[in-house]
Every structure is written in structure tokens, then in C-alpha cells.
Ligand binder design. Structure first.
Ligand SMILES: [Zn+2]
Length: 247
């Protein structure tokens, strides 16, 4: 890696250190997760300060000091600060970055997950009222990226189309003939939502489902998250607590 790195990034973690500094973690398309020491960014009028806030999307120039990265300069491309100011969007955006942190490693390119996070934050900012569907799309695309999603077009056993059921562990989909006792029925709206979630990323975030459909979708996607990534319990509990207020 060069001594001076220029990259786009999204801040997925920001921790205060000392009196004026921060250690930020960004997700970069080329370099994956990077921990960067950002000196002096908490002092007033520091020009690098805005791009070191959680959820900031910006351009970063970083010095590679061997064991660590040092922030040289940065500028905001798009601020997602508004997401932190609303308790609903804050809870969902926090959950997204928690999953991204778990699903990524340091210094491995992550173009797809970078785009997924960026589009999710965009969608959340533009349509906070669709946050539940946005969460579902995020989860399903993340699981697909990790290679853990079955092909929802053909039966895992006989290869025919017209699938209607999901196996209990989520690893297989079945037609009416091949289903077993534990298979979960997939209604048409549920199947349609899964397929829409996996289409072109620009379209994937442009639909919304009703709460009753979301309750079915959430069981499926959260089960995948639990099995593939582990349970981001704290950030998911936060969402549940916040949504209770809304009822
Ligand atoms: Zn079959």
C-alpha cells in the first residue's frame, strides 16, 4: 500500500481520544475497514472535523505509518448528520454500521458493501418513513453478498420454478411437492419483496411494504443475520425499543 492513500469512505465508528483527537473507522471501497487516527479534529474550527463524524461520507487522504493510519485531510461529500438527530433514523443507521463492522475485515476491498451502506443511508435520509423496508433490503442484500442466500427462483431439491416454501434453516427453498413439515410458507408479497430487494441497487431501495408484510419479512431476514453474522443484539434491541414508542 502506498504511503499516501486517497479514498472515499463512510465513517462507521468514531471514538474520542485525548483532548482533541479521534480514532475513526471508515469503510473504504478499495481498502475495506480502516482505523485512522484523526489528530486535532475535536478542536474548534478544525477543517477536517465535519468528515470525521459518524455516518459522514467523504474523501480522505491518509498517511500510512506502518502500524497505523494517520488522517492528513478530508472533506465531506455528503453529510448524513441528520440521521443522528432523529432517534428513529439513528437507531437504523447504527444497526447498519454495526452489521457492516461485523461483516467486513481490514484492508480487503469492499465495493459492494460500501455501495450497500451508502444507498441504505441515502434511502434512510430521503425516506425515513420507509425505514423498516430499508432495513429488510439491507439485511437481504448483505446476506446475498456473503453467499448465504438460496436461489429464490428454483426449488433447491427438484430445480423447478414456482417455489413457495423456505426451509427452517433458510438454506433451501422448495416447491409445493418438495416442502417438508418445517418449511415456512412464502406468500406472494413476501417472495416479491425478496426478489425486489435483490434487483439493481437503485431500484431495490425504491419500494416499501406494509407493516403486516414486514412482520413476515423480518422473521426471515433477521434469522439469516443471526445465523450468518451473529446477533447484533444491542443495536437491534435499540430499534425494537424505539419502534415501541411509535405504537
Ligand atoms: Zn421441488
Amino acid at each position: 500500500m502506498n504511503n499516501l492513500i486517497k479514498t472515499k469512505g463512510i465513517v462507521i465508528k468514531s471514538v474520542n481520544v485525548g483532548d482533541y483527537d479521534k480514532i475513526i473507522t471508515i469503510l473504504s471501497p478499495q481498502y475495506g475497514k480502516m482505523d485512522i487516527l484523526a489528530k486535532g479534529v475535536r478542536s474548534l474550527k478544525n477543517k477536517n472535523s465535519p468528515a470525521t463524524s459518524l455516518f459522514s461520507f467523504g474523501n480522505y487522504i491518509i498517511k500510512n505509518k506502518g502500524q497505523m493510519y494517520l488522517l492528513s485531510s478530508c472533506e465531506v461529500t455528503e453529510s448524513f448528520y441528520a440521521l443522528s438527530e432523529d432517534i428513529f433514523t439513528l437507531s437504523y443507521a447504527s444497526y447498519f454500521v454495526a452489521l457492516i463492522k461485523s461483516a467486513t475485515v481490514h484492508e480487503k476491498e469492499e465495493h459492494d458493501l460500501f455501495n450497500l451502506l451508502l444507498y441504505s443511508l441515502h434511502a434512510l435520509k430521503a425516506h425515513p418513513e420507509n425505514r423498516k423496508t430499508i432495513k429488510f433490503v439491507f439485511e437481504i442484500r448483505l446476506i446475498y453478498h456473503l453467499g448465504e442466500l438460496p436461489d429464490f427462483n428454483t426449488c433447491s431439491k427438484c430445480g423447478k420454478g414456482g417455489i413457495l416454501y423456505l426451509s427452517k434453516d433458510g438454506n433451501n427453498v422448495y416447491c409445493n411437492t418438495c416442502k417438508d413439515t418445517y418449511s415456512i410458507y412464502l406468500s406472494r408479497p413476501v417472495l416479491y419483496a425478496i426478489k425486489l430487494s435483490l434487483c439493481d441497487i437503485k431500484r431495490a431501495f425504491s419500494f416499501a411494504v406494509e407493516d403486516t408484510i414486514y412482520e413476515n419479512l423480518k422473521v426471515i431476514s433477521e434469522n439469516y443475520i443471526k445465523n450468518c453474522i451473529g446477533w447484533p443484539q444491542k443495536s437491534l434491541d435499540f430499534i425494537y425499543e424505539i419502534e415501541k414508542i411509535n405504537k
